[in-house]
Design a binder for this molecule. Structure first.
Ligand code: ZN
Length: 82
């Protein structure tokens, strides 16, 4: 069964729904509207790796900021070491 992501045109909610057969109509879980826009389906594996990339980028940024703090601290200590 394909899993689709929908955006509700009535309330703007986004949700995922399994489409069971061609005649099955998905409905918004919030407002029960069937006025939906089907979004491009993103496979779960891909979204997981995207999350991993985001985590990796965040860690790299934290590390860089940490190094800058360490360098600033060292420069402070050196300039005040007399
Ligand atoms: Zn809705």
């Amino acid at each position: 069964m394909p899993l689709y992501e929908y955006a509700c045109l009535s309330c703007g909610d986004r949700f995922e729904a399994l489409l069971r057969g061609a005649q099955a109509a998905a409905r918004c879980p919030k407002c029960a509207s069937s006025e939906l826009e089907r979004l491009v389906s993103v496979p779960r594996v891909q979204s997981a790796s995207t999350r991993a990339l985001t985590m990796k980028a965040a860690r790299a940024r934290d590390r860089q900021q940490g190094e800058e703090r360490t360098r600033a601290q060292r420069e402070y200590e050196l300039s005040h070491d007399d």
